[in-house]
Design a protein around this ligand. Sequence first.
Ligand SMILES: [Mn+2]
Length: 470
Amino acid sequence: MKIFEKLQHIFNKCAHNAPSVTHGEHAFRDSCLRLPASGLAYTLRLGGKQGTILQLYPWRSLLKTNADYFSWVLINPQRFFFEAGGFLRIDPESRVVIGRHEEDQTLALQLSTRVAKRHLILEHRKDHLLIRDLDTDTGSLLYVQPEPEQVERLGVWRLSCLQEIRRLFGGPLRPLDARTALERLRHAHAIQRAIWAPGSPDAAPAIIHLPVETQPILVGDLHEHLDNLLTVLTTGGGLRALEERRAVLVLLGDAVHPDGGSDLTEMSGSLLMMDLIFALMIRFPGRVVYIRGNHDGCDEEISKRGISQGRAWRHTMIKTRGEEYLQAMLNFYQDLPSIVVHPRVVACHAAPFTVPVNRKTLGNLRAHPELLRQLTWNRIHQPNRPGGYRKADVKRFLTALTGSDRPALVVGHTPLDDRHTFWLNIDGISNHHILYGGHARRMGWITLMDERLLAQEYPVEPLSQELDTC
Ligand SMILES: [Mn+2]
């Protein structure tokens, strides 16, 4: 609190007479600059010649109908365009201290040791951004980048990602006709089988192992929120990383079935969501993994607020796409994995086992429906949920799968409130995280940078509309 008050004091002192910067190069130390929100981009060099170069961009809505949305984004250009993330948002009315005081920020922006623990303050005010160097040894350097290709770089980049999604989908995001949808589902399923169960007539393995050099992009329960998936794929270089085989998109299940709204049986969004996921699986073979969630089925018992969404899903598939499509979807579900293991992070839909499981059982999980059920239905222990899992279960689960309890465990299924999109180190378990992809206005995801876990969040825009015209 003390540091914060001190920062506030020096910040307010300099804010009044800070020069407005619209061109040129500015070395500054222990002083303020004012950057008008007039559509310029900036390059920052922190920590001298051997320091870190960052870029500061105005971030506008891609939608013509949403011209008011404006934020600033700070990125490390050497990473942002190549991985799913690596950015820092400076939202309206917010203030951020840039520096190595925070591990996640150091990681996201790849700050070098030349950058001070508290190097800069950025404050997003109504029509400008105030930026202050905190009397660092090396000072800070700011260059104005007025060139239109620099100013528009992020917008152009995001639009190109959307266009790529439109291409791989084969047009605007609308549910496919019955025949195309069936072909696509079978094609995606065949690819999954060819990769995870080559030449075998048996079900595909319930556990999928990813090599350490692969960057997993973990996405929680989407529950029909198509724009949330588009947000992940267009913020940073996620699509490029999939294309270049450096990343794997890991969907934690429950991409289907609405989780709110007036009609919990209205399933057209689920059809479209699966159409897009299959298109991604076909475009990026082996780099899109779908973990089975409790909503990935048509059983009567799959329900929300007493309404059977499993039954509604079955009816919708039969009515719009026919019995054959339903059967193909059920076959697809049968082959879905329940656990993804990366040396740094393990993911499943809902919960680790609450019983010890030996190697032999792990190798033959499909023969143990009661264990698969725990993975997809259970939740963290609470006084009113005595059967829930606890810290010891997390540790044992990780050790059984990786030989160590140090990797992280990421699950979906149990959002803890309606304000956040991820919850880290839950229940006093330092490497246990919950992720949810169904928030109406914000999208969070978890990835690895330099083999360390990074959780990020971005406001969601109705990007699927933009796909109609881009
Ligand atoms: Mn669930």
